[in-house]
Design a protein around this ligand. Structure first.
Ligand SMILES: [Zn+2]
Length: 437
């Protein structure tokens, strides 16, 4: 199946100029041609999409999400991380996370992401086989990290079996479906002992999959870390030999100067979640300094219980503005760096190098933005994608060469069924739909 996008204004990726009067061809799952309209090929059987008045650009990548947490959006707001996590989220998860909940609530997340131009997500949760199945069924590309903690979790009641459960998940999904890449997600050094962290990283390295962990999210984390000796959270991980180019650290808010040096030398990657950090008052990560040191920095929404949305356009906007304010320097994090974080940098740190840019040979993960709207008129340059556009301006979404959303209608699955199923599940969660208005 070929698709021909004609009359395009194309943004091929961060740092590249806007191109006008272009065409792009996808064949199967891949971008196979890109050129000027004057040289338009004659493709008899291709589906033709006229892109007049629209911008064709790479699909956005969400570098960190707990997809199934759509169920807990709005359940507990305006709380610090520790209170939010230990008194609200962990108990709600203990009571309500199941196979069925994970499947349907992950599908709801997929709907929100597809409608707002996200074509790939790094998910981190439990019952990861269900998450992988839900994302695949929705036509969404994903790196799915199976959670590891040292206490009983809904999908792993016996924590002694946490590593073998993840190993089984990897074996079930590795190289099985082109959309799904399994991974290891060790929740945090305050929920995983040093021994567990080492085993999780060894498993990731052995199976050649990514190792993710939350790190240094809140200022009081050092008091909670299991087995940490008079050092920093990052040096705790470095001391366990966990930092290399296969490691992705989520948040990394509280790093000192020495931590930044060690991080840069290690080759480990960072995913920052600025809106989650703002809402939980966790702190402000030293992102401009990390970028200046050559560290690959991606961006993610985090789970939508701490955000509370999955719109990566909004996340880019906040990322760029937050660091201007925190440094009192309007040049601290330009729009292009936010775009890079949400596209090519996220692709690189997830190990999916054929994503994040529109070029021949890359995967056909792309979106169309409506430029015929007041907010994006006139469209002088791509900075507007960060400072003006929103997920609701996405007209169509293609993932792996398949149109999953066209003219704001999801084509790859039944959205109404998904909403209805999540509403049924939510009816069992105290306070979610029974809370008085
Ligand atoms: Zn998270």
């Amino acid at each position: 199946m070929q698709t021909l996008f004609t009359n395009c204004t194309i943004f091929t990726g961060p740092g590249e100029p806007l191109l006008h009067d272009r065409y792009l061809v996808t064949s199967g799952s891949t971008i196979t041609a890109l050129g000027t309209t004057a040289d338009l090929p004659d493709l008899q059987d291709a589906k033709i999409i006229d892109c007049s008045g629209k911008l064709l650009m790479p699909g956005l990548i969400n570098g960190h999400n707990h997809c199934a947490m759509t169920l807990f959006r709005g359940l507990a707001d305006d709380l610090d991380l520790s209170t939010w996590l230990h008194h609200h989220i962990f108990p709600a998860e203990k009571a309500h996370v199941s196979r069925e909940m994970t499947y349907w609530c992950t599908r709801l997340a997929a709907a929100e992401m597809i409608l707002s131009g996200t074509t790939c997500v790094a998910d981190a949760y439990f019952f990861s086989g269900e998450s992988a199945r839900a994302l695949r069924d929705c036509g969404m590309r994903a790196v799915v990290g199976h959670g590891v903690v040292d206490f009983p979790a809904p999908s792993v009641p016996d924590p002694k079996k946490n590593i073998e459960t993840v190993a089984r998940f990897i074996d079930e999904w590795q190289d099985i479906d082109p959309l799904i890449t399994p991974a290891v997600f060790a929740h945090a050094p305050y929920t995983c002992s040093p021994a567990t962290l080492r085993k999780a990283k060894a498993l990731a390295d052995d199976r050649n999959v990514r190792f993710f962990t939350h790190l240094a999210e809140s200022r009081n984390e050092p008091e909670m870390i299991i087995g940490m000796q008079d050092t920093s959270p990052l040096r705790h991980l470095a001391g366990l030999d966990l930092l290399d180019s296969n490691s992705v650290l989520i948040h990394a808010v509280w790093l000192d100067d020495r931590d930044l040096e060690i991080l840069a030398e290690s080759g480990a990657h960072i995913v920052t979640c600025p809106q989650s950090n703002l809402k939980l008052a966790s702190g402000i990560a030293r992102i401009p300094e990390m970028i200046a040191r050559g560290i690959t920095v991606g961006v993610g929404t985090d789970g939508c219980a701490s955000n509370n949305g999955l719109d990566m356009f909004r996340e880019m906007d906040v990322l760029a503005k937050l660091h201007k304010l925190s440094t009192l320097d309007a040049t601290a994090l330009p729009a292009v760096d936010a775009l890079r974080a949400a596209t090519s940098a996220n692709a690189e740190l997830l190990g999916l190098s054929d994503l994040g840019r529109l070029q021949v040979g890359n995967k056909a993960d792309l979106i169309l933005i409506d430029l015929q709207i007041p907010r994006l008129t006139p469209f002088y340059n791509t900075d507007l994608l960060v400072y003006a556009a929103g997920g609701h301006d996405v007209h169509s979404t293609m993932i792996n060469g398949r149109m999953v959303m066209e003219n704001r209608k999801i084509l790859s699955f039944d959205l109404e069924e998904t909403v209805a199923r999540v509403q049924q599940i939510a009816a069992l969660v105290d306070g979610v739909i029974t809370r008085p208005a």
